[in-house]
Design a protein around this ligand. Structure first.
Ligand code: ADP
Length: 585
């Protein structure tokens, strides 16, 4: 946990360096292998010159040079492959580490963060960053490093042959690199904007597919398709811009190439006429010029495509590495809640600073008490339960469980102490067994069946084609509403937390499912401190105390009977009950 809290570097280059450093035991030897491989490869040019000079005069030494030529090539090839193996370890480890670290960071964000993002596109961003980083490291190892070395050594060889020509090449190479370095900066901006557009497109598609049933039911497919088309067009425009810019850079670089080639040929031929260079040296010069031209063009292209990855990685890091909103204090202890007493002491909270929701809110719930929350929609019922789970941090006051402030203890231990049954059952696309066992990792099949039995879910589960091993479909779509609710209740049943928060579903099921869900709930709330956002009359009747909330304030507080006698809001809601439900919104 401690390492997750440590801030990761925010810039793509330092982030890559930070993570890849961990695997330097592969990276450093890989870099060395590349340098040696490239040096021996370049020496081939020099050997070729000796070979050609020896061949021209048919000297015996040509056999030796030929032998050295082949031998050196074999050494260079072996070193390249060594770098391949080492680089593979270095890059794949760094890539996995990127995936792990970013995903860990991402999954610790608050509900507020996720409410503002498309979950589907976030998952995509983690893999984008990992892919981009992979690409960047490969470029450095196999493109930049050897090419710079080739450039440098070619210069040295050229210098030995003829300093004037070497100087021309050096000036030209310097100019080329400076101009390209300047040009690719804009490329990073364009790539980033492409990556953002891609994220928006993906987010929209995932959002629409996740709600595809609504889309079909409302016959809105054409509009949704238009919406996606609009984002596809936007992405296309962005890709065009970025690509077109690359093509301009390439064109410009080609022009520079032509200029250098012309200058070098003219100078080399002049020097040949003046008998300053041998034929072998002229061939070598031409080869070196080509080598440098290729190297520079390659560096230019690599910078260009590296900036593309850089833009993608940076875009992903900017979104994922936002600071966590809700953090545990250093060395925060675990909260221990044997009894389940809840106390809110003068709590103030606002989602947005300008709109305070709770002001000086105090509430004491003794251990074991069952409290029903009632109030109009928007009164603050869900907010209150979310604050107990510390899904948001409060601005003032304190929330205490068995006398311990939840803000100074670990979030994880807090969430172990509280069972939360949400309004709509959130099930994973895993087997029924795994979904129930979620409440207690490592639970035995007997425990799972017992929980299902208490939740009145055993009968229907056994009827499913593969019983407890049946996959429930994404978000539980293959189960009926009542069944999904009972699986979700069974999951909480296993959790054995002293405090239960229940956000009761507002709509009624068919009367048989309704009765079973109700029985399951009554079983679940036994022996626990309960806070229930309650809509079913039968749940309300099972509560010891009812709180009526209005605009973040408790306006009525008492038992069901007391509140009916009081003849206020609760009595009015009770009178207007429909089909066993309070209609309070
Ligand atoms: P209830 O559960 O009683 O219907 P809520 O606690 O959901 O009420 O909402 C209380 C108020 O807070 C409402 O005005 C609602 O618009 C606002 N609210 C709820 N959730 C958020 C959120 N994530 N961001 C901003 N405002 C919110």
């Amino acid at each position: 946990m401690a390492s997750e809290r440590k801030r990761l570097p925010l810039r793509a280059f330092s982030f890559s360096f930070f993570l890849s450093r961990k695997f330097a035991r592969y990276g450093v030897p890989a870099l060395l292998a590349v340098l040696l491989a490239q040096s021996s490869g370049i020496s081939l040019t020099y050997i070729l010159k000796e070979l050609v000079d020896a061949i021209t005069i048919k000297d015996e030494s040509m056999w030796n040079w030929a032998f050295v030529y082949v031998g050196l090539f074999a050494v260079s090839a072996t070193l390249w492959r060594t770098s391949g193996f080492l680089g593979m370890y270095w890059i794949t480890h760094t890539r996995s580490e990127t995936n792990r670290r970013l995903y860990r960071w991402l999954s610790q964000h608050s509900s507020r963060y996720f409410a503002n993002q498309f979950a589907g596109s976030l998952a995509g961003k983690v893999s984008n960053a990992a892919n981009g980083l992979n690409h960047m490291l490969s470029k450095v190892l196999w493109d930049f490093l050897p090419t710079f070395l080739r450039l440098f050594l070619s210069m040295v060889l050229a210098y030995i042959a003829n300093p004037v020509m070497a100087l021309i090449m050096a000036i030209w190479a310097g100019l080329f690199l400076v101009i390209n370095g300047w040009l690719v900066k804009k490329k990073a901006v364009l790539s980033r904007s492409t990556a953002e557009s891609y994220t928006r497109l993906k987010g929209q598609m995932v959002d629409i597919l996740a709600n595809i049933r609504v889309v079909h039911q409302f016959a809105r497919r054409p509009q949704e398709i238009d919406r996606v088309d609009h984002h596809v067009d936007d992405l296309q425009t962005k890709i065009f811009r970025s690509w077109r810019y690359s093509e301009f850079i390439l064109l410009f670089n080609n022009a520079l190439q032509v200029v250098l080639l012309a200058i070098m040929l003219v100078v080399a031929l002049q020097l040949l006429m003046q008998e300053i260079l041998t034929v072998g040296e002229v061939i070598m010069m031409i080869q070196l010029t080509w080598g440098i031209l290729d190297a520079l063009l390659f560096i230019g292209n690599s910078m260009n495509s590296m900036m593309e990855s850089y833009g993608e990685v940076q875009e992903a890091l900017d979104v994922i590495l936002e600071p966590h909103e809700i953090v545990d204090l250093e060395e925060a202890p675990m909260i221990r809640v044997p009894k389940g007493e809840i106390k809110l002491d003068r709590v103030s909270f606002a989602y947005e600073p300008r709109k305070p929701l709770l002001k000086d809110f105090s509430l004491h719930i003794p251990a074991g008490q069952k409290v029903g929350l009632v109030g109009e929609s928007g009164a603050g019922k869900s907010t209150l339960t979310q604050l107990l789970l510390r899904m948001y941090d409060i601005q003032q006051g304190g929330i205490f469980l068995d006398g311990q402030n939840i803000a100074t203890h670990t979030q994880e231990s807090l969430r172990h102490a509280i069972s939360f049954v949400p309004q709509s059952s959130h099930l994973f696309h895993r087997s029924v067994r795994e979904n129930i066992a979620y409440g207690k990792p490592g639970a035995s099949l007997e425990e799972i069946q017992e929980a299902a039995r208490k939740a009145r879910a055993d009968a229907f589960i056994e009827d499913l084609t593969e019983g407890y091993e049946t996959l429930v479909g994404e978000r539980g779509v293959k189960l009926s509403g009542g069944q999904a609710q009972r699986v979700s209740i069974a999951r909480s049943m296993l959790k054995e937390a002293p405090i239960l928060i229940l956000d009761e579903a507002t709509s009624s099921l068919d009367s048989e499912s309704e009765r079973q869900v109700q029985e399951a709930l009554m079983e679940l709330i036994k022996d626990k401190t309960v806070i229930a956002i309650a809509h079913r009359l039968s749940t309300l009747l099972a509560m010891d105390r009812i709180l009526v909330l209005d605009q973040g304030e408790i306006v009525e507080d008492g038992s069901h009977q007391e509140l009916l006698d009081h003849n206020g809001t609760y009595a009015r809601l009770w009178k207007h009950q429909v089909g066993g439900f309070l209609v309070n919104h």
